[in-house]
Design a protein around this ligand. Structure first.
Ligand SMILES: NC(=O)c1ccc[n+]([C@@H]2O[C@H](COP(=O)([O-])OP(=O)(O)OC[C@H]3O[C@@H](n4cnc5c(N)ncnc54)[C@H](OP(=O)(O)O)[C@@H]3O)[C@@H](O)[C@H]2O)c1
Length: 255
């Protein structure tokens, strides 16, 4: 299992105060990594770092950072370097979707907010992390949490789907550019995962039943079920895996 060992590695995970981001951060810590975990609010992300440190002393640092703000993403890299000395893995996970409805009803403010966080924010962190990895000269891993909505339009989630498609193409473009630096760049495309973010889907019995019926696995995922692929993509086992898009959707996209 040494190919999946993250000892001595330093990972940044955004949106890690709950849901998929927290599950990924915990999986990295269990594999030996130190993690810088962020969300907008210290009162949300601080307790997660405290809980991790109670079991794995000194392995987690909480930082309040808005994922759509360039200065905040740069500060994340600086704090990771100041505290742990380096950055080996960066996971863009914090996402937003303030518009649920027909695409034609989307306002400019929806486009701006969704692209600020889901696309430009992902780029700012990739750029800052890649520059740090280039300076270190030891390669690295960039992992972008996209969505199956980036592969096939999510119902009532048109702008969000466009943003996740952009994440997938950004991932591929960066994989090409950063290959010579031994930096692998991959995307994860989850299906329906039971989190606060997807509450509108699982709180509505009719919507929930139709989603589950369409999913070959016959259920939604728990956040921990996305962590396995994130661990693989962060590990030396994935040193020749780049530009990929990995669905974790119980087969939903096939139906
Ligand atoms: N759940 C699903 O079914 C599903 C499916 C496909 C893809 N995804 C993607 O998975 C990712 C994680 O979603 P999730 O379901 O785990 O959501 P979640 O449980 O609601 O968690 C979202 C996390 O992001 C943080 N966050 C939100 N906006 C932020 C911002 N502007 N800056 C920094 N942090 C921010 C939240 O903390 P604070 O509130 O403290 O900031 C929280 O830690 C998203 O990119 C989402 O698009 C989810």
């Amino acid at each position: 299992m040494t190919k999946f060992d993250l000892s001595e590695k330093v990972a940044i995970v955004t949106g890690a105060s709950r849901g998929i981001g927290e599950a990924i951060a915990r999986a990295y810590v269990q594999a030996g990594a130190s993690v810088v975990i962020s969300s907008r609010k210290m009162e949300n992300v601080g307790p997660v770092a405290e809980a991790i440190n109670a079991e794995h002393p000194g392995q987690a640092l909480a930082v309040a950072a808005h994922a759509g703000q360039r200065a905040d993403t740069q500060a994340l890299i600086e704090q990771a370097v100041a505290h742990f000395g380096r950055v080996d893995i960066a996971v863009n996970n914090a996402g937003t979707n303030p518009h649920f409805g027909p695409l034609l009803t989307a306002e400019e403010s929806h486009w701006d907010k969704i692209f600020e966080v889901n696309v430009k924010g992902y780029f700012w962190l990739c750029q800052a992390a890649a520059r740090q990895m280039q300076a270190q000269g030891t390669g690295g891993k960039l992992i972008n949490v996209a969505s199956i909505a980036g592969l096939s339009p999510g119902p009532m989630m048109g702008v969000y789907s466009v943003s996740k498609a952009a994440v997938i193409m950004m991932t591929k473009a960066l994989a090409v550019e950063l290959g010579p630096n031994n930096i692998q760049v991959n995307a994860i495309a989850p299906g329906f995962v039971k989190t606060k973010f997807s509450r509108a889907l699982w709180d509505n019995p009719v919507l929930y039943a139709s989603l589950v019926e369409r999913t070959p696995a016959g259920r939604m995922a728990e956040p921990e079920e996305v962590a396995g692929i994130a661990l693989y993509l962060a590990s030396p086992a994935a040193d020749f895996t780049t530009g990929g898009v990995f669905t974790v959707d119980g087969g939903y996209i096939l139906s």
